[in-house]
Design a protein around this ligand. Structure first.
Ligand code: CUA
Length: 336
């Protein structure tokens, strides 16, 4: 009897050794980003447990497959159409391959159920979370702080203090996801979802709407700045004052986060038409109406979402002032 050839097995092993470090290397591979929150780390832990089990199953199945290919290959001198032995039934084997997957799935289920409370991270009685209302819009995130301050696409939260996002949508389903903080949570019209986390370190974390929500879904990004609590309090107080006085950067932030994504940063048009220099920008009543209603034309290209739903009055005013100062004339024609 001839021994199975080792070369193919060794080649497979070598291939595995070459691929594994690449797969494990940071975000270029299968590893999720390091999480800045405890519940994000819990999710990563679950991920590694499941990956570990499935990798073991994969190795066992693929090794057996390769082994059988070699061991039971057609030998020289055997007829091409000769059948192997016909085997029917093996009670012990059948019980095993039913019970083992069942036990694996039950184990994954138990570990997951045990982890759910810490992943949910619901604030307890003494936790005093910062509650931020997150309104998802086509195609931006509007953040409402408890003191009335609003922000577009950029969320500031305190380090080491629980944060609870209260997620709603005014139009279609979106999903708030900042992978280095915690898991994603959908913002669904007619529903209120909550997402809890406590950031353990300061820094800037970036995220992206994770639910296809329309033509500009790809630019529906967000940024989260985790800052010391005192810095956040100072910023909130200063913003409350500046937004009330009309001297904040809210107009520019609204232009960039809400309008410019479709009309271009300089208003010269992108997926939406050019609006710089348009007389409607200086007509407060007409503009407010347009932003509140949007445009739903029968032409595909004529659609504009009703972007201003839920805005406080001062946000419209801030945008209006910004437009008057920056978009009142059409951009110069590009040379060339
Ligand atoms: Cu919002 Cu995708």
């Amino acid at each position: 009897m001839s021994r199975p050839k080792l070369a193919p097995l060794l080649a497979l092993l070598a291939l595995g050794l070459i691929l594994v470090p690449g797969a494990l290397a940071g975000n270029g591979g299968i590893a999720p980003p390091d999480s800045a929150t405890a519940n994000g780390s819990d999710i990563n832990e679950l991920y590694w447990i499941v990956i570990g089990i499935t990798a073991a199953v994969f190795l066992v199945v693929e090794s057996a497959l390769v082994w059988f290919l070699v061991r039971f290959r057609r030998r020289p001198g055997t007829a091409f159409d000769e059948d192997g032995p016909q085997i029917h039934g093996n009670t012990r084997l059948e019980l095993l391959w039913t019970a083992v997957p069942l036990l694996i799935l039950v184990a994954i289920m138990v570990v997951t159920i045990v982890k759910v409370p810490s992943v949910e991270a619901k604030p307890g009685p003494g936790d005093d979370p910062l509650v931020v209302r997150v309104e998802a819009h086509q195609f931006y995130w509007e953040y409402h702080y408890p003191n009335g301050v609003v922000a577009v696409d950029r969320l500031r939260v305190p380090v080491d203090r629980p944060v609870q996002l209260v997620l709603v949508s005014v139009d279609v389903a979106h999903s708030w996801w900042v992978p280095a903080l915690t898991g994603k949570r959908d913002a669904i019209p007619g529903r209120t979802n909550r997402l809890n986390f406590t950031a353990r370190r300061t820094g800037t974390f970036r995220g992206q709407c994770a639910e296809f929500c329309g033509v500009q879904h790809a630019v529906m990004r967000t940024r989260v700045d985790v800052v010391p609590a005192a810095e956040l309090d100072a910023w909130l107080a200063e913003q409350a004052r500046a937004q009330a006085a009309g001297t904040s950067g809210l107009g520019r932030e609204t232009w960039e986060g809400v309008c410019a994504k479709c009309h271009g940063l300089d208003g010269s048009g992108d997926i939406g038409p050019q609006i710089a220099g348009n007389a409607q920008l200086t007509d407060a009543t007409g503009l407010a109406q347009l932003l509140a209603d949007g445009k739903d034309s029968s032409q595909v290209s004529g659609y504009m979402p009703p972007v201003s739903e839920g805005w406080p009055e001062r946000q419209f005013q801030a945008l209006f002032d910004y437009l008057a100062g920056n978009l009142s004339t059409a951009p110069a024609q590009q040379g060339g």
